[in-house]
Design a binder for this molecule. Structure first.
Ligand code: SAH
Ligand code: SF4
Ligand code: F3S
Length: 459
């Protein structure tokens, strides 16, 4: 049982992908992954601390782990709560042997050896010192069609409410050559979709100086076999027009931009230290609206930030209407340790936060109802993600990242691409019927090669 492990992951896509890399590293070190924690010699818990007393939840979960003590198990807490709480985790949960934040994962093989040698208080904590990224060719990918690639780690933006700059270290980018090599490697394995990841992907700075972020997007879009390229998250401050131009120029770049605004009020944005105004944001939105392609826009919004007035909140609602997002992720402000905003009085009562979030979501639902109607009787290309056998439907996703449920004469394999005529629209999904035969992933690769061959050379 000693060289078996079980991993549980919370948080964002960066964390999900970190776990894929951690799993790959563990397997490389001779460990076997098990799906039942009872069978595991090592239990890893990859944590998130973005909101809602996350650290309390972690300690609660660790208490549950404690009940498993005495069975010779070892415990590791990794991720954002590990970096945030550091040594305090050993104090509150002495049966934990390893505490490591994401900026130290490149040292995992060494930490694992120390763990095997019986050390009990191993830390991999990094207080914004490292310049290095965690690149590994041993990534154990959980999806065989969509591959995540981290292009930039950490965050230097220090929004006043956010823990990430303290939990993930400083901003550091991988060379575009290493990103491209990873893209080519996974394309050769049959992956057709790539999602570039970073807390702020468009703050990407190629250490070799060879490519801007937009040029990297174009280069990834040209990789043979890659049919869809996504990227998340974009920061409005570093969002440049050449990103929109790249989407217009390169069909493989998905027509979707996630550009979190957080608030529609310039006063609140200033208090959040977001470093842009409402008008600056709306100007970037206008670039995407002026694009030749129909670029879908989505956002994150925080309600109830300290000092947010009714008028500020109203400005968020009018911004929703001005932009016409296809989806938003709304959050109630949650005071976080170490952040500057923790020193402000959390002035908005919980019931007002709840009410504002409900108003926000209701308004957004109406906007989506109208927005999604534009797809009625149109054809969208869908990548098949699953089958709903009870409803006899196939489930997939459009380039705009919208869920599409459709009927089809044959059962298309997961990962294949198929054209769907939209016959019904809902605020969160499209419904339709297949109008082409499915293009299996291997054929998608060949078709993309042919398309690339026809593309005019890109600067
Ligand atoms: N780097 C990205 C996303 C970071 S975290 C960006 O800047 O957009 C994902 C989302 O969580 C944020 O966009 C924000 O909306 C939300 N969030 C972060 N800290 C929060 C807090 N303290 N309270 C509530 N929501 C928060
Ligand atoms: Fe947090 Fe702001 Fe960095 Fe996003 S840009 S991760 S919200 S500090
Ligand atoms: Fe959570 Fe860390 Fe991601 S705090 S949202 S796992 S960067």
């Amino acid at each position: 049982m000693s060289k078996t492990f079980y991993i549980e992951t919370f948080g964002c896509q960066m964390n999900a992908h970190d776990s894929e890399k951690v799993v790959g590293t563990l397997k490389q070190e001779g460990y076997t992954q098990v799906s039942d924690e009872a069978e595991a010699g090592l239990i890893l818990y990859n944590t998130c601390s973005i909101r809602d007393k996350a650290e309390q939840k972690v300690f609660h979960r660790l208490n549950e782990y404690k009940r498993m003590q005495g069975e010779g198990k070892k415990f590791a807490v990794i991720g954002c709560v590990a970096q945030q709480e550091g040594q305090r985790i050993f104090e509150r949960a002495p049966y934990v042997s390893l505490v490591a934040g994401s900026a130290s994962y490149r040292n995992l093989p060494d930490m694992l050896q120390r763990l095997e040698a019986g050390e009990t208080r191993i830390t991999g904590l990094d207080d914004r010192q490292t310049e290095e990224t965690f690149d590994t060719e041993f990534t154990s990918r959980s999806n065989p069609h969509r591959g995540y690639i981290t292009i930039i780690e950490g965050c230097d933006k220090f929004c006043s409410y956010c823990v990430v700059p303290y939990t993930r270290g400083k901003e550091r980018s991988r060379t575009s050559a290493s990103v491209l090599a990873e893209a080519q490697r996974i394309a050769a394995l049959g992956y057709t979709e790539i999602q570039l990841l970073g807390q702020n992907v468009n703050s990407y700075r190629d250490p070799s100086g060879s490519r801007t972020f937009a040029e990297l997007l174009l280069a990834i879009g040209e990789v043979n076999g890659i049919r869809r390229v996504r990227f998340t998250t974009s920061h409005p401050r570093d969002f440049t027009k050449d990103i929109v131009d790249a989407i217009d120029a390169m069909p493989a770049l998905c027509d979707h931009v996630h550009l979190p605004v957080q608030s529609g009020s310039t006063d609140v944005l200033r208090a959040m230290q977001r470093e842009y105004t409402r008008d600056w944001y709306l100007e970037r939105i206008q670039w995407t609206k002026d694009a030749k392609r129909d670029i879908s826009l989505t956002s994150d919004i925080i309600v109830g930030f300290p000092g947010e007035t009714d008028r500020d909140f109203e400005q968020t609602i009018t911004l929703l209407e001005a932009v016409g997002y296809d989806a938003i992720y709304g959050f109630k402000y949650s005071p976080r340790p170490n952040t500057p905003a923790i020193h402000k009085h959390d002035s908005i009562p919980e019931e007002v936060k709840v009410q504002r979030l409900a108003i926000l979501n209701a308004r957004q639902r109406e906007i989506q109802r109208q927005n999604y109607a534009r797809h009625l009787n149109h054809t969208v290309e869908v990548m098949v993600e699953g089958h709903n056998t009870t409803r006899g439907q196939v489930i997939g996703r459009s380039s705009q990242n919208k869920t599409v449920n459709f009927t089809c004469d044959t059962i298309p394999s997961i990962g294949s691409y198929i054209d769907v005529n939209v016959t019904q629209v809902f605020p969160n999904s499209l419904v339709g019927e297949a109008v082409s035969s499915p293009l299996p992933p291997s054929a998608a690769l060949l078709a993309q090669q042919a398309l690339n061959a026809r593309m005019p050379a890109l600067a």
